[in-house]
Design a protein around this ligand. Structure first.
Ligand SMILES: [Zn+2]
Length: 241
């Protein structure tokens, strides 16, 4: 089984590098369960649900999105239950839903900088037939923050300022001291040439220092401890002039 267990209530499906599939998280409440991110395609969602079935876990009632990038959202149209996104994410998803996927359309987005090489390459690998790409916006949109009581456990979902993307959303589970951050602490590949913005990174480090968590679940890597996450980001911050 590929599904990993963080605690009796928290699991995740690890990332897959080949087509840039991100981590999908799972929080099990007594009443509701909630997934973090929808993955990059129906096939990715199917794989996640199959793993949940094998583990005897019910399919999610809610799926929260960490940011608009394709690898975290193109599975949204095929999830069960309701999808939730911050207002900036949802606005961007509505724009991406109008994109066409022919070779020419994709090439012109690369030329205008609307999309980037890495995503272009991985989308072509994930989708042998790009007619299958369906971009959906979320059922539930919020601004600021949202608290969901899942029964015996709750999660706080908050729009934050982060170096990776303007629309970053953080999912924090206080009872378990676990935080899902998507790609929030990574460089910005769309608007800042794959570089860190020093101020945004500095603010992000200060923000997470204030939060009481032990497990830091990344979008494309293994979970880290709070100390590991902060020391890595402090090193990155030092290299920026
Ligand atoms: Zn991203």
């Amino acid at each position: 089984m590929e599904l990993k267990k963080i605690s009796n209530r928290i699991y995740y499906l690890p990332a897959e590098e080949e087509t840039d599939r991100p981590v999908i998280g799972y929080i099990k409440g007594d009443k509701y369960s909630l997934a973090i991110d929808a993955g990059n395609s129906s096939k990715h969602v199917e794989k996640f649900y199959c793993e949940l079935n094998n583990a005897g876990l019910k399919l999610p009632d809610y799926t929260v999105i960490t940011h608009w990038h394709w690898d975290h959202t193109f599975g949204m149209h095929s999830v069960v239950g309701k999808t939730i996104a911050g207002h900036l994410t949802n606005n961007k998803l509505k724009e991406v839903a109008t994109w066409q996927w022919s070779d020419d359309d994709m090439k012109s987005r690369l030329e205008t900088g609307k999309d980037i090489e890495m995503c272009d390459k991985c989308i072509k690998l994930e989708y042998s037939n790009r007619q299958d790409i369906k971009v959906a916006s979320a059922d539930i949109e919020f601004s600021g923050s949202l608290k969901i009581d899942l029964g015996g456990i709750y999660c706080e979902i908050t729009e934050i300022e982060a170096p990776h993307s303007e629309d970053s959303v953080l999912i924090y589970v206080p009872e378990e001291k676990v935080m899902f951050i998507g790609d929030a602490d990574c460089e910005d590949h769309y608007d800042n040439n794959g570089q860190y913005d020093k101020d945004k990174l500095g603010c992000f480090i200060e923000l997470i220092k204030e939060i009481d968590f032990n497990t830091y679940v990344l979008g494309h890597d293994k979970p880290e401890t709070k100390e590991e996450a902060i020391s890595y980001l402090m090193e990155e911050l030092k290299t920026l002039s």
